[in-house]
Design a protein around this ligand. Sequence first.
Ligand code: PGA
Length: 242
Amino acid sequence: MKKIIIANWKANLLPKDSLSLAKKYANLKKGAYSVIVCPDFSVISSLSSLLSKSSVTLGAQDCSAFLPGSHTGEVCASSLKYFGVEFVIIGHSERRANGETDTDISKKINNTLDAKMTPVICVGESAEEFRLKKTKTVIKKQLISVLRGLTSKQLAKNIIIAYEPVWAVGTDIFLSPEETIKICKFIKEIATGIGSLKLAVLYGGSVSSANSFHYLNNEAVAGLLVGRASLDYKNFCEILKN
Ligand code: PGA
């Protein structure tokens, strides 16, 4: 299976800037990696048409914990699916920092799987937890609480876990590839133990063209979740060259 590179544009761009960046992405030729781009909700519809004939797959940065109904301001998984979204980032540390709980995350995973999309579930420890060497304990707890509620049918579907140490996101500090490989193997072991059958574990957190090769070089790391380095097309292409 090809390794996966997910571009998370977060809320960095105005719609016009997302569209011009997406036009560049649309020129990417099929290569060694599967490329997924996650713009904000405001341009999901436009990017859906723009990328439809390209090698790039559309993803989203979140979805609602609710099913369609009277939930003002929410964007349901089924609406994302309608626009051709195939992957949904869930439980990003920037959302957890704004109060998202494991219960919300479980519901979002459920809705994403039921709408026939692949969840990209983010897990990771804080700087303090890392300092206290609690990484494995924290990740195990996060994985158990968000995967435990899934049915065996849901666990048989493609599930992506993105390991993102919170202290490495948006900081220019990253976890060494050696340590990352150990944690990715640990995640695979735990999630497989819970019953996940088609699991891919990615790394994210200050990935750049200077360090991406070292992560992608190992089979335990199925790909990368890239934030800032995905906002500059040239920079992003450098990662894809690795
Ligand atoms: P970063 O963000 O690459 O800018 O650190 C990664 C992420 O938040 O997914």
